[in-house]
Design a protein around this ligand. Structure first.
Ligand code: 0X9
Ligand code: ZN
Length: 361
């Protein structure tokens, strides 16, 4: 079973109750955090900070950050994030490896970044076919009605919404029309290739870098901590993606090629080590397709902390739950290749950043 014992997808209320419960039951090692800004619909965005003696004053311990559900329909991305939190809490004090890691680092988990979008997707998704016909991040018409396959947040522009406050357009299958793609709204190379200026597109970048409260939240979180490692979870394609979002020879805003990440070798080496655990394919983001304004491209460029996108699952945005369980644990059809072990390696690396510089010289 999963560390939490759950056997079905959480609702937004379930996530929040879980975060509360973790903190109240384990006050010495778990602190609930609430991000700076409410969502566009006014909902709080919560997370937990997990560490040995978590309430100790700022003590310079590095932070490992685990994010889920930037994209509303990608439910396993929140599940794997919160299960990692449960896992650390459950094993603190009994598992030497985890106990030692929590002495050296603080782990921050925000399982649902896009609370508004996720709520819409989850509610509609309970009633509809869970199979997807979409290829993953590209525009297409979805067979599923309603919001189950909504991707973006709830930003309404150009009077798109049929009713005030409505987060989707029923005339737009998949709920694509309304919203900003939060994974195109960050500040790195914002407005470049692989992001759309058209508000109805699935990869709409928003009006400006960090125009959305949901991305402002993550910027604030990272800017107020020493985040040395980050995983932002998505679904699907079984990939570990390393920074850069565009190919090195792409001409950047300054008229010069953007080049490779300064730590490219070390970034790829850690990506490969994680992929060896979960059986995913490790590659640069740009080898999948161009993106600008993504989470870890911004965080890496802004802070130097290593960041990765995990694309969980072989072929569906939100598959039947047993698959999510197996893919976390490394059981069943995912025997020996779970995300749990890949996450732990990422945390170890965030603790021991020397492994970064040793590899890159
Ligand atoms: O397009 C995306 O945002 C991600 N794929 S998804 O199907 N989950 O939407 C991939 C982003 C990869 N690029 C970077 N992380 N830079
Ligand atoms: Zn995604």
């Amino acid at each position: 079973p999963l560390p939490s014992g759950r056997d079905s997808y959480r609702s937004l209320a379930d996530y929040n109750a879980d975060l509360d419960r973790l903190a109240t039951r384990h006050p010495g090692i778990v602190k609930k955090i609430t991000l700076k800004h409410k969502s566009l619909e006014g909902k709080p965005v919560h997370g937990v900070e997990i560490a040995h003696d978590v309430t100790a004053a700022k003590d310079g311990r590095p932070v490992f950050l685990m994010l889920g559900l930037h994209h509303a329909r990608e439910w396993p991305s929140g599940e794997h994030a919160i299960e990692f939190a449960h896992d650390l809490v459950k094993n603190h004090g009994s598992d030497d490896r985890i106990t030692a890691l929590l002495k050296k680092a603080r782990v921050v988990v925000v399982p649902v970044v896009n609370v508004d979008g996720f709520e819409k997707s989850y509610n509609d998704g309970q009633l509809v076919d869970l199979r997807t016909v979409d290829g993953g991040g590209t525009a297409s018409i979805l067979a599923t009605p309603g919001n189950a396959y909504k991707r973006k947040n709830c930003r309404i522009v150009d009077g798109q919404a049929p009713l005030a406050g409505e987060c989707s357009l029923t005339s737009s299958p998949g709920g694509y029309a309304v919203g900003v793609d939060l994974n195109r709204n960050y500040g790195a190379y914002w407005g470049g290739p692989g992001a759309s200026a058209q508000s109805v597109d699935p990869t709409y970048r928003g009006a400006a870098p960090f125009s959305e409260p949901e991305t402002q939240n993550i910027r604030h979180l990272i800017s107020t901590r020493q985040v040395t490692g980050l995983i932002t979870n998505h679904t699907f394609s079984n990939l570990v993606l390393s920074p850069g979002g565009v190919a090195p020879d792409t001409i950047g805003p300054g008229g010069q090629p953007v080049g490779s990440a300064a730590d490219d070798e070390a970034l790829v080496a850690l990506g490969d080590r994680m992929a060896a655990q979960n059986g995913y394919t490790s590659q640069h983001s740009w080898e999948l397709y161009d993106t600008t304004g993504s989470t870890e491209d911004w965080s890496y460029n802004a802070t130097g902390g290593f960041g990765y996108t995990f694309e969980i699952g072989p072929d569906e945005f939100h598959p039947p739950f047993p698959e999510v369980v197996d893919e976390y644990l490394g059981a069943g059809e995912f025997a020996g290749r779970g995300n749990r072990e890949a996450f732990l390696i990422a945390l170890e690396s965030a603790v021991d950043t020397a492994t970064h510089s040793v590899i890159s010289g």
